[in-house]
Design a protein around this ligand. Structure first.
Ligand code: HEC
Ligand code: HEC
Ligand SMILES: [Cu+2]
Length: 430
């Protein structure tokens, strides 16, 4: 009865559900039996036609007393026994676990791998390998909940807790915060992706997101960090007050702080406000609200954030990064192959495809044009113009053997002329 539980994606999920279902069934059975009898008696022995129907007065029954003491005791011990045994299973970390640090912060989840790779809002793990998530929080109490894995634990500031399980099915699973933690609590979500071991390794080694971020100008990078690191949850760009002061016109603004002094929000002030937010508190704002970013942002990240803040004076537009400026080069003066090479760099193909035969995330472009390609479906196809076009616009259609389907589709980002320029360029990479 009442089987509304989510997918069973961890090794102990069936046991947890089994116990959950037994307890629910027993509760429903006894509720119906007891309340049903009560209702029956109330009707059967009600006062009718002004006459009380007297019932026999029974003074104690040993048999009945024994039954309703012993039967519930056995049921309780049974539930307690399996409760303890299954809880024990859930708290035991499997052998050779993958350990991932999870940091909760208003209002996002950060994940850090032993290799140094870190992600926000998404965590990828291999199937069939025990995993241990070590949880903590930088601000208030949060709670890490993955229903499909049947795990949940509080994330506590200044303290470590954990959840451990072995995923048995690939797929994408919802992760929630289940401890009310403020304004955007309901948006504090993450996706847990369980993938085959080989795809996991590929994903872990892929640093194209970091490279793409590094390829941006500092202002764009600062804007990205502003969102990625969750500053936007508390600092607006339009002058409105959220949890903290708006970033609009923040650069060189005079700030009155609770220590009674006035400070100019120059580079040093901003840097200190980010790394040690509680050293100076802006008047009118609460202390201990902003998470400490020391150790989470590099000097380069802070430079980028400051560069971004400088553009928020309400009048100036963000200076174009140097790469964008190059676009003003007269393209018609370039040969198609030269334009193709520019696209190869600007569209970040270079982060995944080498020109010298080495394998990065995708196959090298060296000698690609005209060479037969082996695909994952076992067929072979010549790398001609049509194949290249399809590979770029819709990479999932034909996936090269030995590579993950990791290439983003460029449909809508490159036009026919761009594609033919890239093809001309590929012809020159021998
Ligand atoms: C949970 C809310 C919260 C988050 C997230 C947050 N801040 Fe803050 N921030 C505050 C509050 C509240 C203040 C004002 C109190 C103080 O001075 O510490 C503040 C103050 C500041 C100040 C000084 C502002 C001024 O007007 O003098 C800077 C600079 C700043 N934050 C930068 C950042 C950056 C950069 C991030 C993201 C990397 C960030 N904050 C994330 C809440 C937050
Ligand atoms: C995030 C990494 C990534 C980026 C960025 C990327 N690719 Fe790919 N690409 C791959 C992977 C992985 C494969 C192999 C799997 C497949 O065929 O889909 C691939 C396959 C290809 C193929 C087929 C190669 C072969 O050996 O048959 C072509 C052509 C290609 N990419 C062109 C491009 C172009 C042009 C760009 C830039 C506009 C680009 N890619 C950007 C990852 C990437
Ligand atoms: Cu939370």
């Amino acid at each position: 009865m009442f089987r509304f539980l989510p997918e069973q994606a961890s090794s102990f999920a069936p046991e947890v559900d089994w116990l959950h279902n037994i307890i629910t069934d027993l509760s429903v059975f006894f509720t119906v039996a007891i309340v049903g009898t009560m209702i029956y008696f109330a009707i059967r022995y009600r006062k009718r036609d002004g006459v009380d129907h007297e019932t026999p007065a029974i003074n104690g029954s040993h048999a009945l007393e024994l039954v309703w003491t012993i039967v519930p005791s056995i049921i309780c011990v049974y539930i307690a026994y399996y409760g303890i045994a299954i809880y024990n299973d859930m708290r035991t970390v499997g052998e050779n676990p993958l350990i991932i640090n999870v940091t909760a912060q208003k209002w996002k989840w950060d994940f850090q791998y032993a290799t140094g790779k870190s992600t926000t809002g998404e965590v990828v793990i291999p199937v069939d390998r025990p995993v241990k998530f070590v949880l903590t929080s930088t601000d208030v109490l949060h709670s890490f909940f993955v229903p499909s894995m049947r795990v949940k634990s509080d994330a506590v500031p200044g303290h470590y807790t954990y959840v451990a399980f072995t995923p048995v099915k690939t797929g994408s699973y919802h992760t929630f915060c289940t401890e009310y933690c403020g304004k955007d609590h309901s948006a504090m979500l993450a996706t847990l992706r369980v993938v085959p071991q080989s795809e996991y390794e590929q994903w872990l080694a892929d640093n194209s997101a970091e490279l793409a971020l590094a390829a941006k100008g500092p202002v764009d990078k600062g804007r990205t960090l502003y969102q990625q690191k969750g500053c936007n949850a508390c600092h607006s760009l339009d002058g409105s007050r959220i949890v903290g002061p708006s970033f609009q016109k923040i650069y060189m603004r005079k700030e009155k702080c609770t220590d009674g002094n006035e400070y100019v929000a120059d580079e040093n002030y901003i840097r200190n406000s980010i790394l040690h937010p509680n050293a100076l508190i802006v008047e009118g704002y609460a202390p201990n609200m902003m998470p400490v970013f020391e150790g989470q942002l590099s000097d380069e990240d802070i430079n980028a954030l400051i560069a971004f803040m400088r553009t928020l004076d309400g009048t100036s537009v963000a200076p174009k990064p140097v790469v964008a400026k190059k676009e003003e080069v007269d393209l018609s003066k370039l040969t198609p192959a030269e334009r193709g090479k520019k696209l190869y760099q600007e569209k970040l193909c270079a982060t995944c495809h080498s020109l010298d035969g080495s394998k990065i995330v995708g196959p090298s472009f060296k000698g690609l044009y005209g060479t037969p390609q082996k695909l994952t479906d076992g067929t072979s196809v010549a790398a001609d113009d049509a194949y290249l076009k399809e590979s770029i616009l819709n990479p999932m259609a034909k996936v090269v053997e030995g590579y993950p389907p990791a290439m983003p589709p460029y449909q809508g980002q490159l036009n026919d002329e761009n594609i033919s320029d890239i093809t001309e360029f590929l012809k020159t990479v021998k």
